[in-house]
Write a protein that binds this ligand. Structure first.
Ligand SMILES: [Mg+2]
Length: 451
């Protein structure tokens, strides 16, 4: 008698949008009115988990509103690679599906390894890791930290990066990272991982709100905050002065221009803010401008240069590191092709000795990226020195295992998986355009026009 093998029975996608632009949450110099959105994917298996619930992997790409439907369409284009996959094989080696998706030559033409397809692959690959970790009964950070170095290296595509990081070097770094990892895991569970907050600094907030939230950040135990800059220098000087007055001289204040400037403009602008002691300048210019970042870094030191949330793949990160363009590497959990590529990026950063301070915020990015930093601490670099994960206090209530922040640190997740799962009610409410929120919104606007 043959036993039927468990498989991926269905791939479900949702266009989920939150009306965040109405409160100016998330507003910056390039993105004045973001509606934080998720192109959300669920991989449904035809078996139950140990609690008798349907087993499913959850993942998403983050966008800021219009275009989320395009992102969903890109995920749907990957469907045929996933439906029918053997569950045991998929979870035992996520590298197989990762290579299959990246290597689909017709879809690869749309990148390669960048943009909407790359983010779609990231959503699916992260959903596979969610599934694999759930089956193993571990949160992703622990699933990674417990894995054998040889297996982790087998998950990485070294094509285009071997000139900077060989397989053997990666293996060596991961083997070295194993020493003392059990003690660090225990310490992580006790003390968490340091965070910084961007909540006070959105460009659309009044000075009063900025001051109030900056003081709150200090009271909450954060040792770093971040301000959005780059739209108007006079405003930036005034807002930075207010923030400095609110938090004192000791607390680190990073600034973020969200790609607003040309290279010389970036140098001048950061120079004009120098009296307030900015800790880092984030995304001073185009994320593709590797040599521009290097020039800015040379000119604005000791202010640090940070970028990465829009860096599309490991190859651009490799060059930023080779060219000495950055002091801080800001990987993003949902911009590149998922956990497999982020393992490569963490290893590149470790090799070059550049601290990783991940980008987060948006919808669910904090939930995901905490796992990557925690793995890095427990089983790769072994340190949290000069490392902080971004924290933004929006939209966590929509997740079944939301991040927990205490005393300015992320507490380690303990639930199995990638913390990526949203409540079904949140999906039903904010699905665009037919969720209950958007339908009511449309009715209201129509009535407004009629009145
Ligand atoms: Mg940023």
């Amino acid at each position: 008698m043959s036993v039927a093998r468990a498989r991926i029975a269905a791939v479900e996608t949702h266009d989920i949008r939150f009306p965040t632009s109405r409160e100016h949450d998330g507003s910056d110099a390039m993105n004045p009115d973001p509606d934080y959105s998720a192109a959300y994917v669920v991989l449904r298996a035809d078996v139950a988990d140990c609690a008798g619930r349907e087993l499913a992997g959850h993942g998403f790409a983050f966008t800021i509103g219009r275009g989320n439907d395009v992102q969903v369409a890109a995920i749907n284009a990957l469907r045929s690679h996933i439906v029918g996959r053997d569950l045991d094989e998929l979870c035992a080696d996520p590298g197989v599906i990762s290579r299959a998706l990246v290597g689909d030559s017709q879809l690869r033409w749309l990148g390669p390894e960048k943009g909407v397809m790359q983010m779609a692959i990231g959503a699916v690959v992260n959903a596979v890791w969610d599934l694999a970790a759930k089956r193993a009964g571990k949160p992703v950070w622990q699933f990674l930290a417990d894995a054998e170095p040889e297996w982790l290296v087998s998950q990485i595509d070294f094509r285009y990066i071997e000139d900077a990081l060989s397989r053997d070097e990666a293996l060596e770094l991961l083997r070295a990272g194993k020493a003392g990892s059990a003690e660090r895991a225990a310490r992580l569970r006790e003390a968490g991982y340091p965070a910084y907050t961007t909540s006070p600094g959105w460009l659309g907030y009044s000075d009063e709100k900025l001051t109030r939230l900056a003081k709150q950040a200090v009271a909450d135990g954060f040792t770093q905050i971040k301000l959005k800059v780059g739209a108007d220098l006079e405003d930036d000087v005034r807002r930075f002065r207010a923030a400095r007055a609110a938090v004192g001289d000791e607390l680190r204040i990073a600034v973020d221009a969200n790609q607003r400037w040309n290279v010389p403009e970036a140098v001048d602008w950061v120079g004009a803010l120098a009296e307030f002691d900015p800790y880092w300048i984030e995304e001073p210019t185009s994320p593709d401008d590797i040599l521009g970042h290097a020039a800015i870094r040379r000119a604005v030191a000791p202010v640090k240069v940070a970028t990465g949330e829009h860096v599309q793949n490991r190859i651009v990160f490799k060059q930023l590191l080779q060219a000495g363009s950055i002091d801080i590497l800001q990987l993003d959990s949902a911009r590149v092709a998922g956990v497999n590529e982020n393992l490569a990026i963490l290893l590149l950063a470790a090799k070059f000795g550049v601290p990783v301070c991940p980008h987060a915020g948006g919808v669910g990015l904090c939930e995901l990226v905490q796992h990557l930093s925690m793995f890095d601490y427990v089983a790769l670099t072994g340190t949290t020195d000069d490392r902080v994960i971004e924290f933004v206090d929006h939209l966590h209530e929509h997740f079944t295992d939301p991040v927990r922040i205490s005393g300015g640190s992320y507490l380690a997740p303990s639930a199995p998986g990638f913390s990526a799962e949203m409540h079904p009610e949140s999906i039903a409410t904010y699905r665009f355009p037919d969720g209950t929120f958007w339908m009511a919104d449309l009715r209201e606007r129509n009535e407004g026009v009629a009145a």
